[in-house]
Write a new protein. Sequence first.
Length: 550
Amino acid sequence: MMRDGVTPWPAEFAELYTREGYWRGEPLGHWMWTWADRDGDRIAVVDGDVRISYRQLAEHADALAAGLLDLGLRDGDNILVQLPNTWEFAALFLACQRIGVAPVLALLAHREHELRYLAELAEVKAIVVPDRWHKFDHQRLAVDLADSLADTCAVIVLGDANECTVDLRSLLTLSEDSGLLRSRLDAAAPDPGAVALFLLSGGTTGTPKIIARTHNDYEYNARQSGEVCGFDADTVYLVTLPMGHNFPLGSPGIVATLIHGGRVVMLRSPKPETAFPLIERERATVTSLVPAIAYRWVEAALAGGHDLSSLRLVQVGGSVLDPAFAARVGPALGATLQQVYGMAEGLLNYTRPNDPVEVIVRTQGRPISDADEIMIVDEQGSQVPEGETGELLTRGPYTPRGYFKAPEHNAKAFTPDGWYRSGDLVRRDESGNFVVADRVKDLINRGGEKISAPEVEAVVDTLPQVRRAVAIPLPHPEYGELVCVCVVLHNGQSLTLAQVRDLFVAKGVAKFKIPERLEIVADFPLTPVGKVDKKALRAAIQTGAAEQAA
């Protein structure tokens, strides 16, 4: 079923992408059984001591799909999913693809502030959470949220369910002949052009925007990524980042590993003391990291103690790597570094495993597809000369034409002829790879998590002491950037960082968005057109901090 609020590709582009073979015209759930028929008893997913074969994964996913149907979910419905990296998460994702139910992939760090927005915008019919995770009661929050929604919403729990919730694991057991169930679900397969999943944007105007990805475009996204990165049946992919992110899910990630017949290994924590023994045990060959985690891994690897010789490719993305550090990653981990510059909105760029070292350490890669269209433009929208810096615009077979239910934002984020404005300032070097110079978007990139500065500002502005708040990034040696909020107070008022942080906790905002620094200023510097000059403000604060330290 086609959902309201989704911007389709124009018919001529859809026909082109199908005719040229980018889109294969089958829903993602179809490919699950193709993999099972091909690989059968080969191990598809490892989760601790649990080892799931390709056939078992398909059977569990079908059982779960039937269970979701029994709960009343139907083709065209949406569910909110907030789970840790587990084999059950993978089975749930595939179950949804079998029956046309689209998961909205939230992060475990999200709280009531983010989850309510997502649940209401997507009109979800179910919420899937762990019972508890890192001492937080996700089940209670989900039940309270479901009870407050306008329509009936089930709560499905991985762990100890209660009288108000459904046990996810109870839905994973086959209750009928697997062959008959397979045939029944095959007959009711969703439209491959319909929404398969919803990813979250970094967000530039308040809470994150929802990105609708179709079966056609996301299958190509993963398949082509896997081919570019050399995935094959010998690939052992370690899921280090939260699998609700596009990077570990399908770029190339879990989906590409299964497409190419490899093995997925789930990891609960990216800390080297957890990850390194698992790499050694499972002989992992590839993984995906953000720079903050890469720094930890490099330092831990230099200390020795674990056999990481199976690693052949370490992907790093989420924010730009310092070239000096990038040059250390490969030698320290005994693998080829691959820089990844991509976006949940579509376009993916990778350095190639066989690129010269100089290209790998100093650029952020080039597009994966010959159908990726690229323009680099100046502030007036005119293309800049080759090699010069401008904003990256793109469109292609896996870059959607609009955010979900966001017509006003789409008018700014997309051109009338469908080019997505990335908000990133880039140049293309002589090797054809992008070098990311800066960004136009008002984002703070903390450890790979993109935080909307206006969202932070809107929360701080609710404090009665505050006349105006501005959020800016400040450099951080581990996370890349931290959240600094600068405020102008009403006369005679005072404010502490602890009060600001308490407000974010009280409003149920994700922990990674909570400001880590507070600066009280008399006024803000302005641009010639009267806007707050955030670059000047950031420079002034950094200079002041340096002077104070001196």
